[in-house]
Design a protein around this ligand. Structure first.
Ligand SMILES: Nc1nc2c(ncn2[C@@H]2O[C@H](COP(=O)(O)OP(=O)(O)OP(=O)(O)O)[C@@H](O)[C@H]2O)c(=O)[nH]1
Ligand SMILES: [Mg+2]
Length: 443
Protein backbone atom coordinates (compact mmCIF):
# COMPACT_ATOMS: atom_id res chain seq x y z
CA UNK A 1 0.00 0.00 0.00
CA UNK A 2 1.18 3.51 -0.78
CA UNK A 3 0.04 6.61 1.02
CA UNK A 4 0.90 10.23 1.64
CA UNK A 5 -0.08 13.88 1.51
CA UNK A 6 -0.56 15.54 -1.84
CA UNK A 7 -0.70 19.35 -1.71
CA UNK A 8 -2.78 20.79 -4.55
CA UNK A 9 -1.19 24.17 -5.26
CA UNK A 10 -1.38 26.74 -8.02
CA UNK A 11 -2.50 30.23 -8.85
CA UNK A 12 -6.09 31.12 -8.17
CA UNK A 13 -9.02 29.88 -10.27
CA UNK A 14 -7.20 27.11 -12.15
CA UNK A 15 -9.58 24.41 -10.82
CA UNK A 16 -7.81 23.04 -7.72
CA UNK A 17 -10.98 22.63 -5.68
CA UNK A 18 -12.88 21.31 -8.70
CA UNK A 19 -10.21 18.65 -9.09
CA UNK A 20 -10.38 17.77 -5.38
CA UNK A 21 -14.15 17.31 -5.59
CA UNK A 22 -13.85 15.17 -8.70
CA UNK A 23 -11.19 13.02 -7.02
CA UNK A 24 -13.34 12.58 -3.92
CA UNK A 25 -16.52 11.95 -5.90
CA UNK A 26 -18.09 14.43 -3.48
CA UNK A 27 -18.61 18.18 -3.92
CA UNK A 28 -16.93 18.86 -0.59
CA UNK A 29 -14.91 22.00 -1.41
CA UNK A 30 -16.49 25.21 -2.53
CA UNK A 31 -15.78 26.33 -6.08
CA UNK A 32 -16.69 29.41 -8.11
CA UNK A 33 -15.68 31.27 -11.25
CA UNK A 34 -14.30 34.10 -9.08
CA UNK A 35 -10.66 34.16 -7.97
CA UNK A 36 -9.63 33.47 -4.35
CA UNK A 37 -12.53 31.21 -3.56
CA UNK A 38 -10.63 28.87 -1.23
CA UNK A 39 -9.32 30.51 1.94
CA UNK A 40 -8.11 27.56 4.03
CA UNK A 41 -6.27 24.32 3.48
CA UNK A 42 -8.85 21.53 3.20
CA UNK A 43 -8.09 17.85 3.65
CA UNK A 44 -9.88 15.36 1.39
CA UNK A 45 -8.95 11.68 1.60
CA UNK A 46 -9.22 9.29 -1.34
CA UNK A 47 -8.63 5.61 -0.53
CA UNK A 48 -8.04 3.42 -3.56
CA UNK A 49 -7.36 -0.33 -3.62
CA UNK A 50 -3.59 0.18 -3.55
CA UNK A 51 -3.06 3.73 -2.31
CA UNK A 52 -4.42 6.34 0.02
CA UNK A 53 -4.09 9.92 -1.18
CA UNK A 54 -4.56 12.64 1.44
CA UNK A 55 -5.18 15.70 -0.72
CA UNK A 56 -4.75 19.14 0.77
CA UNK A 57 -6.55 21.70 -1.34
CA UNK A 58 -5.03 25.14 -0.83
CA UNK A 59 -5.88 28.79 -1.51
CA UNK A 60 -4.60 30.04 -4.86
CA UNK A 61 -1.20 31.71 -4.53
CA UNK A 62 -1.50 35.39 -5.41
CA UNK A 63 -0.01 38.82 -4.67
CA UNK A 64 -1.76 39.64 -1.39
CA UNK A 65 -3.27 43.04 -0.75
CA UNK A 66 -4.76 42.24 2.65
CA UNK A 67 -3.71 40.40 5.79
CA UNK A 68 -6.26 37.74 4.84
CA UNK A 69 -4.49 37.29 1.51
CA UNK A 70 -1.15 36.88 3.26
CA UNK A 71 -2.62 34.19 5.51
CA UNK A 72 -4.15 32.41 2.53
CA UNK A 73 -0.76 32.27 0.80
CA UNK A 74 0.83 31.08 4.05
CA UNK A 75 -1.69 28.22 4.26
CA UNK A 76 -0.65 27.05 0.78
CA UNK A 77 3.07 27.25 1.55
CA UNK A 78 2.48 25.42 4.82
CA UNK A 79 0.70 22.59 2.99
CA UNK A 80 3.74 22.22 0.73
CA UNK A 81 5.98 21.80 3.77
CA UNK A 82 3.88 18.86 4.98
CA UNK A 83 3.47 17.22 1.59
CA UNK A 84 4.99 14.06 0.15
CA UNK A 85 4.09 15.21 -3.33
CA UNK A 86 2.91 18.45 -4.93
CA UNK A 87 0.17 18.47 -7.53
CA UNK A 88 0.89 21.82 -9.18
CA UNK A 89 -2.06 23.06 -11.18
CA UNK A 90 -2.30 25.60 -13.95
CA UNK A 91 -4.83 25.98 -16.73
CA UNK A 92 -5.04 26.75 -20.42
CA UNK A 93 -6.27 30.30 -19.96
CA UNK A 94 -3.14 31.93 -21.40
CA UNK A 95 -3.30 29.58 -24.39
CA UNK A 96 -6.92 30.22 -25.28
CA UNK A 97 -7.40 33.81 -24.03
CA UNK A 98 -7.78 36.61 -26.53
CA UNK A 99 -4.92 39.12 -26.55
CA UNK A 100 -6.79 41.65 -24.43
CA UNK A 101 -7.64 39.09 -21.72
CA UNK A 102 -4.13 37.71 -21.47
CA UNK A 103 -2.78 37.48 -17.92
CA UNK A 104 0.60 38.97 -16.97
CA UNK A 105 3.10 36.79 -18.81
CA UNK A 106 6.67 35.86 -18.07
CA UNK A 107 8.26 36.12 -21.49
CA UNK A 108 7.33 38.20 -24.52
CA UNK A 109 3.57 38.61 -24.96
CA UNK A 110 2.51 36.77 -28.07
CA UNK A 111 5.44 34.40 -27.78
CA UNK A 112 4.41 30.76 -27.58
CA UNK A 113 6.89 30.30 -24.77
CA UNK A 114 5.37 32.93 -22.50
CA UNK A 115 3.86 31.59 -19.27
CA UNK A 116 1.67 33.38 -16.74
CA UNK A 117 3.93 35.11 -14.21
CA UNK A 118 1.78 33.75 -11.40
CA UNK A 119 2.60 30.17 -12.53
CA UNK A 120 6.30 30.92 -12.48
CA UNK A 121 6.00 32.29 -8.94
CA UNK A 122 4.12 29.16 -7.81
CA UNK A 123 6.91 26.95 -9.15
CA UNK A 124 9.48 29.10 -7.35
CA UNK A 125 7.65 28.41 -4.06
CA UNK A 126 8.04 24.63 -4.37
CA UNK A 127 10.60 23.14 -1.99
CA UNK A 128 13.49 22.04 -4.25
CA UNK A 129 13.45 18.40 -3.13
CA UNK A 130 9.66 17.90 -3.20
CA UNK A 131 8.50 15.63 -6.03
CA UNK A 132 5.94 17.44 -8.17
CA UNK A 133 3.49 16.62 -10.94
CA UNK A 134 2.18 19.45 -13.11
CA UNK A 135 -1.47 19.33 -14.17
CA UNK A 136 -2.43 21.67 -17.01
CA UNK A 137 -6.16 21.85 -16.39
CA UNK A 138 -9.13 22.90 -18.55
CA UNK A 139 -7.83 21.37 -21.77
CA UNK A 140 -11.49 20.98 -22.75
CA UNK A 141 -11.31 24.71 -23.56
CA UNK A 142 -8.43 24.24 -25.95
CA UNK A 143 -9.60 23.03 -29.33
CA UNK A 144 -6.14 22.73 -30.86
CA UNK A 145 -4.13 20.66 -28.35
CA UNK A 146 -0.92 21.20 -30.34
CA UNK A 147 -0.93 24.76 -29.00
CA UNK A 148 -0.13 23.27 -25.58
CA UNK A 149 3.23 21.86 -26.66
CA UNK A 150 5.28 25.06 -26.26
CA UNK A 151 3.70 25.57 -22.83
CA UNK A 152 4.67 22.06 -21.77
CA UNK A 153 8.23 22.63 -22.99
CA UNK A 154 8.52 25.90 -21.12
CA UNK A 155 7.22 24.38 -17.85
CA UNK A 156 9.62 21.47 -18.24
CA UNK A 157 12.49 23.95 -18.52
CA UNK A 158 11.56 25.53 -15.17
CA UNK A 159 11.62 22.42 -13.02
CA UNK A 160 12.12 18.69 -13.17
CA UNK A 161 8.49 17.57 -12.89
CA UNK A 162 7.80 13.85 -12.40
CA UNK A 163 5.12 14.29 -15.09
CA UNK A 164 3.33 17.07 -16.96
CA UNK A 165 -0.28 16.12 -17.63
CA UNK A 166 -2.73 18.08 -19.77
CA UNK A 167 -6.21 17.15 -18.50
CA UNK A 168 -9.58 18.39 -17.48
CA UNK A 169 -10.96 18.16 -13.97
CA UNK A 170 -14.46 17.91 -15.41
CA UNK A 171 -13.60 14.73 -17.32
CA UNK A 172 -13.86 11.68 -15.00
CA UNK A 173 -11.46 9.60 -17.14
CA UNK A 174 -8.75 12.26 -16.76
CA UNK A 175 -9.28 12.39 -13.00
CA UNK A 176 -8.96 8.59 -12.72
CA UNK A 177 -5.75 8.69 -14.74
CA UNK A 178 -4.27 11.35 -12.49
CA UNK A 179 -5.32 9.48 -9.35
CA UNK A 180 -3.52 6.33 -10.40
CA UNK A 181 -0.46 8.39 -11.37
CA UNK A 182 -0.43 10.07 -7.96
CA UNK A 183 -1.00 6.77 -6.17
CA UNK A 184 2.07 5.20 -7.72
CA UNK A 185 4.20 8.28 -6.96
CA UNK A 186 3.57 8.12 -3.20
CA UNK A 187 5.90 6.28 -0.81
CA UNK A 188 5.15 2.72 0.29
CA UNK A 189 3.66 2.94 3.76
CA UNK A 190 0.44 1.99 5.52
CA UNK A 191 -2.51 4.32 5.12
CA UNK A 192 -2.59 7.23 7.55
CA UNK A 193 -6.36 7.63 7.71
CA UNK A 194 -9.25 5.34 8.31
CA UNK A 195 -10.52 4.39 4.81
CA UNK A 196 -13.92 5.88 5.70
CA UNK A 197 -12.43 9.31 6.41
CA UNK A 198 -13.48 11.97 3.95
CA UNK A 199 -12.17 15.05 5.72
CA UNK A 200 -11.23 16.20 9.19
CA UNK A 201 -13.13 19.46 8.97
CA UNK A 202 -16.23 19.47 11.16
CA UNK A 203 -19.77 20.17 10.00
CA UNK A 204 -19.77 23.80 11.09
CA UNK A 205 -16.79 24.52 8.87
CA UNK A 206 -18.94 23.51 5.91
CA UNK A 207 -21.85 25.62 7.18
CA UNK A 208 -19.57 28.65 6.92
CA UNK A 209 -18.13 27.62 3.58
CA UNK A 210 -21.42 26.79 1.88
CA UNK A 211 -22.97 30.08 2.93
CA UNK A 212 -19.89 31.88 1.58
CA UNK A 213 -20.07 29.85 -1.62
CA UNK A 214 -23.60 31.08 -2.28
CA UNK A 215 -22.48 34.66 -1.66
CA UNK A 216 -19.72 34.08 -4.23
CA UNK A 217 -22.20 32.72 -6.72
CA UNK A 218 -25.07 35.11 -6.18
CA UNK A 219 -23.38 38.49 -5.79
CA UNK A 220 -21.01 40.51 -7.96
CA UNK A 221 -17.27 40.87 -7.96
CA UNK A 222 -16.78 43.18 -5.00
CA UNK A 223 -18.95 41.66 -2.29
CA UNK A 224 -17.67 38.05 -2.04
CA UNK A 225 -14.14 39.01 -1.11
CA UNK A 226 -15.42 41.25 1.68
CA UNK A 227 -17.52 38.45 3.18
CA UNK A 228 -16.75 36.20 6.12
CA UNK A 229 -19.19 33.84 7.81
CA UNK A 230 -19.23 32.86 11.47
CA UNK A 231 -21.42 30.37 13.29
CA UNK A 232 -22.99 31.88 16.40
CA UNK A 233 -25.09 28.97 17.65
CA UNK A 234 -25.70 25.38 16.61
CA UNK A 235 -28.31 23.03 18.02
CA UNK A 236 -28.52 19.33 17.25
CA UNK A 237 -32.06 18.04 17.43
CA UNK A 238 -31.34 14.60 15.98
CA UNK A 239 -32.72 14.67 12.48
CA UNK A 240 -32.54 18.47 12.41
CA UNK A 241 -29.50 20.71 12.72
CA UNK A 242 -30.25 24.31 13.69
CA UNK A 243 -27.52 26.82 12.91
CA UNK A 244 -27.37 30.58 13.40
CA UNK A 245 -24.76 32.29 11.25
CA UNK A 246 -23.53 35.82 10.78
CA UNK A 247 -22.39 37.05 7.39
CA UNK A 248 -19.86 39.83 7.90
CA UNK A 249 -19.38 42.47 5.22
CA UNK A 250 -17.07 45.48 5.28
CA UNK A 251 -19.44 48.26 4.18
CA UNK A 252 -23.14 49.10 4.59
CA UNK A 253 -23.51 49.16 0.79
CA UNK A 254 -22.32 45.55 0.59
CA UNK A 255 -24.92 44.62 3.17
CA UNK A 256 -27.61 46.13 0.93
CA UNK A 257 -26.36 44.12 -2.06
CA UNK A 258 -26.38 40.96 0.01
CA UNK A 259 -29.93 41.53 1.22
CA UNK A 260 -31.36 42.35 -2.21
CA UNK A 261 -34.87 43.69 -2.69
CA UNK A 262 -36.84 43.02 0.51
CA UNK A 263 -34.27 40.42 1.52
CA UNK A 264 -34.82 38.28 -1.57
CA UNK A 265 -31.13 37.68 -2.32
CA UNK A 266 -30.33 36.70 1.24
CA UNK A 267 -33.24 34.26 1.18
CA UNK A 268 -31.89 32.68 -2.01
CA UNK A 269 -28.41 32.43 -0.50
CA UNK A 270 -29.84 30.76 2.60
CA UNK A 271 -32.01 28.31 0.69
CA UNK A 272 -29.19 27.21 -1.63
CA UNK A 273 -26.67 26.87 1.23
CA UNK A 274 -29.16 24.89 3.30
CA UNK A 275 -29.87 22.50 0.44
CA UNK A 276 -26.15 21.96 -0.12
CA UNK A 277 -25.66 21.21 3.59
CA UNK A 278 -28.60 18.83 3.69
CA UNK A 279 -27.12 16.92 0.76
CA UNK A 280 -23.74 16.66 2.49
CA UNK A 281 -25.11 15.78 5.93
CA UNK A 282 -28.15 13.69 4.98
CA UNK A 283 -30.46 15.46 7.40
CA UNK A 284 -32.58 18.56 7.64
CA UNK A 285 -31.01 21.90 8.42
CA UNK A 286 -32.50 25.10 9.79
CA UNK A 287 -30.21 27.90 8.74
CA UNK A 288 -30.54 31.40 10.09
CA UNK A 289 -28.55 34.20 8.45
CA UNK A 290 -27.70 37.50 10.09
CA UNK A 291 -25.83 40.24 8.19
CA UNK A 292 -23.43 42.51 10.05
CA UNK A 293 -21.00 45.24 8.98
CA UNK A 294 -17.54 44.57 10.37
CA UNK A 295 -15.35 47.26 8.77
CA UNK A 296 -11.93 46.36 7.36
CA UNK A 297 -11.95 42.88 8.90
CA UNK A 298 -9.62 41.55 6.18
CA UNK A 299 -6.85 43.89 7.33
CA UNK A 300 -7.01 43.58 11.11
CA UNK A 301 -5.29 40.54 12.64
CA UNK A 302 -7.51 40.53 15.75
CA UNK A 303 -10.68 40.54 13.66
CA UNK A 304 -9.32 37.89 11.33
CA UNK A 305 -8.77 35.67 14.35
CA UNK A 306 -12.29 36.36 15.61
CA UNK A 307 -13.76 35.51 12.24
CA UNK A 308 -11.91 32.22 12.08
CA UNK A 309 -8.86 33.16 9.98
CA UNK A 310 -6.36 32.91 12.76
CA UNK A 311 -3.96 30.64 10.94
CA UNK A 312 -4.61 27.82 13.42
CA UNK A 313 -8.22 26.82 12.96
CA UNK A 314 -10.74 28.21 10.55
CA UNK A 315 -13.92 27.05 12.19
CA UNK A 316 -16.05 29.94 13.44
CA UNK A 317 -16.83 30.48 17.05
CA UNK A 318 -19.24 27.72 17.81
CA UNK A 319 -21.79 27.69 20.55
CA UNK A 320 -21.59 25.39 23.49
CA UNK A 321 -24.40 23.53 25.17
CA UNK A 322 -25.22 26.71 27.08
CA UNK A 323 -26.55 28.30 23.89
CA UNK A 324 -30.05 27.92 22.64
CA UNK A 325 -31.48 28.75 19.22
CA UNK A 326 -33.24 31.78 20.65
CA UNK A 327 -30.16 33.11 22.40
CA UNK A 328 -28.87 36.39 20.96
CA UNK A 329 -25.71 36.14 18.91
CA UNK A 330 -22.58 37.28 20.72
CA UNK A 331 -21.56 40.74 19.60
CA UNK A 332 -18.65 40.48 17.16
CA UNK A 333 -16.51 43.48 16.37
CA UNK A 334 -17.89 46.21 14.20
CA UNK A 335 -21.12 48.03 13.75
CA UNK A 336 -24.34 46.18 14.18
CA UNK A 337 -26.54 46.50 11.13
CA UNK A 338 -27.97 43.08 11.64
CA UNK A 339 -30.79 41.58 9.68
CA UNK A 340 -32.00 38.10 10.31
CA UNK A 341 -33.30 35.68 7.74
CA UNK A 342 -33.98 32.06 8.29
CA UNK A 343 -34.25 29.21 5.89
CA UNK A 344 -35.36 25.83 7.08
CA UNK A 345 -37.33 22.73 6.41
CA UNK A 346 -38.77 22.53 9.92
CA UNK A 347 -38.67 24.56 13.07
CA UNK A 348 -41.17 23.04 15.45
CA UNK A 349 -40.60 21.03 18.61
CA UNK A 350 -38.15 21.30 21.47
CA UNK A 351 -34.49 21.63 20.59
CA UNK A 352 -31.64 20.02 22.45
CA UNK A 353 -28.40 21.99 22.56
CA UNK A 354 -25.57 20.86 20.35
CA UNK A 355 -22.42 19.92 22.16
CA UNK A 356 -19.18 21.41 20.95
CA UNK A 357 -18.16 19.13 18.16
CA UNK A 358 -21.40 18.81 16.28
CA UNK A 359 -20.08 17.67 12.96
CA UNK A 360 -20.78 13.97 13.08
CA UNK A 361 -24.05 12.38 12.09
CA UNK A 362 -25.56 10.48 15.02
CA UNK A 363 -26.65 7.69 12.66
CA UNK A 364 -23.21 6.20 12.90
CA UNK A 365 -21.38 5.68 16.20
CA UNK A 366 -18.16 7.68 16.30
CA UNK A 367 -15.18 5.55 15.41
CA UNK A 368 -12.71 7.98 16.90
CA UNK A 369 -12.31 10.01 20.05
CA UNK A 370 -13.86 13.47 19.80
CA UNK A 371 -10.97 15.62 20.90
CA UNK A 372 -7.65 16.05 19.22
CA UNK A 373 -5.41 18.12 16.99
CA UNK A 374 -6.99 20.37 14.41
CA UNK A 375 -4.37 20.09 11.72
CA UNK A 376 -5.25 17.85 8.84
CA UNK A 377 -1.94 16.14 8.25
CA UNK A 378 -0.38 12.90 9.28
CA UNK A 379 -3.02 11.54 11.59
CA UNK A 380 -2.42 7.86 12.26
CA UNK A 381 -5.41 5.53 12.67
CA UNK A 382 -5.25 5.69 16.41
CA UNK A 383 -5.29 9.46 16.55
CA UNK A 384 -8.42 11.56 16.18
CA UNK A 385 -9.08 13.59 13.04
CA UNK A 386 -10.78 16.39 14.84
CA UNK A 387 -10.67 20.12 15.05
CA UNK A 388 -11.46 21.84 18.30
CA UNK A 389 -15.09 21.88 17.16
CA UNK A 390 -15.49 18.20 16.54
CA UNK A 391 -14.54 15.28 14.40
CA UNK A 392 -14.35 15.31 10.65
CA UNK A 393 -16.84 13.87 8.22
CA UNK A 394 -16.72 10.26 7.14
CA UNK A 395 -17.77 9.03 3.74
CA UNK A 396 -20.74 7.17 5.19
CA UNK A 397 -21.99 10.33 6.86
CA UNK A 398 -21.40 12.49 3.83
CA UNK A 399 -23.01 10.12 1.40
CA UNK A 400 -23.49 6.40 2.08
CA UNK A 401 -24.00 5.78 -1.62
CA UNK A 402 -20.38 6.69 -2.36
CA UNK A 403 -18.64 4.23 -0.18
CA UNK A 404 -18.35 0.60 -1.00
CA UNK A 405 -18.87 -2.13 1.59
CA UNK A 406 -15.25 -2.29 2.62
CA UNK A 407 -14.96 1.46 2.78
CA UNK A 408 -12.26 1.46 0.11
CA UNK A 409 -12.70 2.93 -3.27
CA UNK A 410 -11.85 0.70 -6.17
CA UNK A 411 -9.17 1.72 -8.64
CA UNK A 412 -11.74 1.74 -11.44
CA UNK A 413 -14.44 3.81 -9.83
CA UNK A 414 -17.72 5.20 -10.91
CA UNK A 415 -17.69 8.78 -12.13
CA UNK A 416 -18.20 11.54 -9.55
CA UNK A 417 -21.56 10.90 -7.95
CA UNK A 418 -24.56 13.18 -8.10
CA UNK A 419 -26.56 14.34 -5.10
CA UNK A 420 -28.69 11.60 -3.61
CA UNK A 421 -32.18 12.25 -4.95
CA UNK A 422 -33.66 10.93 -1.72
CA UNK A 423 -32.03 13.66 0.28
CA UNK A 424 -32.41 17.39 0.56
CA UNK A 425 -34.09 19.57 -2.04
CA UNK A 426 -37.26 19.28 -0.09
CA UNK A 427 -38.43 22.55 -1.51
CA UNK A 428 -39.11 20.68 -4.73
CA UNK A 429 -42.24 19.36 -3.10
CA UNK A 430 -45.11 21.83 -3.58
CA UNK A 431 -45.99 21.56 0.11
CA UNK A 432 -42.48 22.66 1.01
CA UNK A 433 -41.97 25.56 -1.36
CA UNK A 434 -40.47 28.55 0.46
CA UNK A 435 -43.06 30.78 2.07
CA UNK A 436 -42.59 34.03 3.91
CA UNK A 437 -42.12 33.77 7.62
CA UNK A 438 -43.17 36.43 10.08
CA UNK A 439 -39.51 37.45 10.34
CA UNK A 440 -39.21 38.09 6.63
CA UNK A 441 -37.19 34.98 5.93
CA UNK A 442 -38.27 31.74 4.37
CA UNK A 443 -39.21 28.52 6.06
N1 LIG B 1 -13.97 24.26 -18.52
C1 LIG B 1 -13.46 23.88 -17.36
N2 LIG B 1 -13.69 24.62 -16.26
C2 LIG B 1 -13.14 24.19 -15.11
C3 LIG B 1 -12.34 23.02 -15.02
N3 LIG B 1 -11.93 22.89 -13.75
C4 LIG B 1 -12.45 23.93 -13.07
N4 LIG B 1 -13.18 24.72 -13.88
C5 LIG B 1 -13.87 25.95 -13.49
O1 LIG B 1 -12.91 26.90 -13.07
C6 LIG B 1 -13.46 27.76 -12.06
C7 LIG B 1 -12.54 27.81 -10.88
O2 LIG B 1 -12.52 26.53 -10.27
P1 LIG B 1 -12.07 26.34 -8.76
O3 LIG B 1 -12.01 24.87 -8.53
O4 LIG B 1 -12.89 27.16 -7.83
O5 LIG B 1 -10.60 26.94 -8.84
P2 LIG B 1 -9.49 27.04 -7.69
O6 LIG B 1 -8.18 26.81 -8.34
O7 LIG B 1 -9.84 26.15 -6.56
O8 LIG B 1 -9.62 28.56 -7.29
P3 LIG B 1 -9.16 29.27 -5.89
O9 LIG B 1 -9.80 28.53 -4.78
O10 LIG B 1 -9.73 30.65 -6.05
O11 LIG B 1 -7.68 29.27 -5.87
C8 LIG B 1 -14.84 27.20 -11.75
O12 LIG B 1 -15.79 27.97 -12.44
C9 LIG B 1 -14.80 25.79 -12.30
O13 LIG B 1 -16.07 25.32 -12.72
C10 LIG B 1 -12.12 22.26 -16.21
O14 LIG B 1 -11.44 21.23 -16.26
N5 LIG B 1 -12.70 22.74 -17.36
MG1 LIG C 1 -10.26 26.53 -4.57
Amino acid sequence: MRSGNVAIVGRTNVGKSTFLNAALGEPLAITSPLPQTTRDALLGVVTLASAQIAFIDTPGLHRPRTELGRRMNAAAIDALRNADLALVMTDTHHVVASTKELPALAGAAGSELALPEADVRVIEELPPDLPAILLINKVDRCTDKRRLLPTIERFASLRDFAAIVPASAIHPADVERILSMLGTALPERPPTYDPETLTDRPTLYFVREYVREQVLRQTGREVPHAVAVTVEAAIDRGDLLIVKTTIHVEKPGQRGILLGARGSRLREIGTAARERLETLLGRRVYLELFVRVTPSWRHVPRQLAELGYDGRDTVGRVSTSRDSPSAPAPAPPGQDHGTTMSTTTSSSGAAAPLQPGPSKMPRKPPTRPTKGPHRCVRRPHDQPSTTRDGPGIDRAAASPTRSDAGGQRKAGRTPPARPNPNRGHRDDHPARRPRRSRRGGVR
